[in-house]
Design a protein around this ligand. Structure first.
Ligand code: BES
Ligand code: ZN
Ligand code: ZN
Length: 493
């Protein structure tokens, strides 16, 4: 499916009325009066031109003013194309309200061949958020044989064309991550993921390395999980963006993504069974890091970024690992496997240990649909972030808010460390000793064992990587969570 298109236009009447429709914002004040928001000069020019009073029209409908509420007002067609105005609620006019308003416009026009001039935002950060979110709202993915490839075009009033171009790069990176997540698991096995990564690498002239079969000898976690699936078996995918050298030292960020192309739970079959339907999304972390690094050739940050995609299927078969197996991770740490459904941390452990041993990262960040528990406390709108580095955490929280991928700093609670002890190996992986019922925290504590002394951040996106309804900025299915915050954070370094 194609994505919605973005253009930047001048606030001139001629440019604005050359579209099929015009979108403006409104807010409702405490005394229940309405006010138009956006490029006010241009809006009043339009009102004069079409001889219409938009406040009168809005008042007639008595809308609530919630962010994303849309009224469609016909206008007498002059010699121009435009024949309607979308008036969109901007709620409290926060950045998030701008996102919801834009996404709601995108959703309304999803699958339609229509051009809309939008005048909702004036501040450059709002324009950027608006531009990204109209594309996200319009996003759709389907294998229906009768689907068309129509999508809307948004002509956004912006002083700076560059804002729109960069917004497009980010929005399309989120959409590509979503495409990977939406793809059913009979199509996307680890080899397919490697082929997708090859495409991204080729397009952006990035270096790429894929390890399979015997080359994975040291990756005990990836093999133990991925060899449950007879073919094509697990893949370790490494893609690197390096800016042109200027002789100055630059930071190296390593991103590790969980890439479980389907999670049955293995021998410890997933329970409750209903959860399994969503498990084609269990590679959302890998999809995110691939599309973060894929965006960088166009955005050109002065940072080296390596993405590691830990791809495997967690299948139920004669070659599945067994509860009670002991595996040896990259670097030699031994782990007693207790529940084969806690496979994500096993593949990530290899990736983190490899990054620490081989890549000398200044920042080591993993992103994974790791635990159902992450959803318990935070729900589906905030990602759970774990790190010991408070300054880095508050940076990421701030970038999260401004990007739309919102994060919450969670504690690495050392009181729970003893739950990871094992009688026969260095650790057990499910925090089986003791009863701390903090599954997302203990999973993070387990991962930390493999990060050496690196500045490390773990993002548990089990709640946010997938939307169970077509609402807000996301369709039902993959959200592409993590792409925006990681790109924006890298650009801020
Ligand atoms: N992929 C799941 C986590 C998950 C659950 C993601 C729901 C998205 C929605 C992960 O591999 C898993 O099964 N985790 C277990 C760990 C437990 C067995 C220690 C969990 O969270 O229940
Ligand atoms: Zn699992
Ligand atoms: Zn999983």
């Amino acid at each position: 499916m194609p994505y919605a298109q973005l253009n930047s236009i001048e606030p001139s009447l001629e440019d604005i009325v050359s579209a099929d429709a015009i979108a403006v914002g409104f807010v409702k004040s405490e005394d229940s009066t309405f006010e138009l928001v956006g490029n006010i000069n241009a809006i009043s020019t339009i009102e004069k031109f079409f001889d219409i009073d938009l406040i009168d029209e809005i008042s007639f409908f008595q809308p609530g003013g919630k962010a994303g509420e849309i009224l469609e007002i016909p206008i007498s067609q002059k010699a121009t194309k435009a024949d309607r105005v979308f008036v969109i609620g901007l709620g409290d006019q926060s950045r998030q309200s701008h996102r919801l308003a834009a996404a709601s416009l995108g959703r309304k026009l999803r699958g339609k061949k229509i051009t809309v001039s939008t005048l909702l935002a004036t501040d450059s950060a709002d324009i950027r958020a608006h531009a990204i979110s109209v594309v996200l709202g319009a996003y759709t993915w389907t294998l229906k044989s009768d689907s068309t490839s129509d999508q809307p075009t948004f002509n956004i009033v912006s002083k700076d064309e560059k804002i729109i171009r960069r917004a497009e790069v980010i929005a399309y990176s989120v959409c590509r991550a979503r495409d990977l997540v939406h793809t059913p698991s009979n199509i996307k096995n680890p080899l397919w993921m490697a082929n997708q990564a090859q495409k991204v690498a080729k397009e952006g002239k990035l270096s790429i390395k894929v390890l399979a079969g015997k080359e994975l000898a040291q990756f005990g976690g990836l093999r133990a999980v991925g060899n449950s699936s007879p073919k094509p078996g697990p893949r370790f995918i490494q893609i690197t963006y390096s800016p042109k050298s200027t002789g100055k030292r630059i930071a190296h960020v390593v991103l590790v993504g969980k890439g479980i192309t389907f999670d049955t739970g293995g021998v410890s079959l997933k329970r409750p069974y209903d959860l399994m339907m969503a498990m084609k999304s269990d590679m959302a972390g890998a999809a995110a890091v691939l599309n973060v690094v894929g965006a960088l050739p166009e955005l050109k940050p002065r940072v080296k970024v390596t993405a590691l995609l830990m791809c495997a299927e967690n299948a139920l078969s004669g070659t599945s690992q067994r509860p009670s197996d002991v595996i040896t991770h990259y670097g030699g740490t031994t782990v007693e496997v207790l529940d084969t459904d806690a496979e994500g941390r096993l593949v990530l452990a290899d990736g983190l240990a490899y990054a620490d041993a081989k890549l000398n990262p200044d920042y080591l960040i993993d992103i994974a649909t790791l635990t159902g528990s992450a959803t318990l406390g935070l729900g589906r709108q905030y990602g759970a972030m774990y790190t010991r580095d408070r300054a880095l955490a508050s940076e990421l929280v701030a970038v999260g808010e401004s990007s739309g991928d919102r994060l919450w700093h969670m504690p690495l609670i050392d009181d729970y460390q003893d739950s990871l002890e094992s009688d026969i190996a260095d650790f057990n992986h499910t925090a089986d000793k003791g009863d701390y019922s903090a599954g997302s925290v203990t999973a993070a504590l387990f991962l930390e064992k493999f990060t050496g002394k690196r500045k490390w951040v773990h993002l548990d996106v089990a709640g946010t990587a997938r939307s169970e309804s077509d609402a807000g900025e996301s369709p039902k299915g993959g959200t592409g969570f993590g792409v925006r915050v990681l790109i924006d954070w890298i650009m801020s370094l």
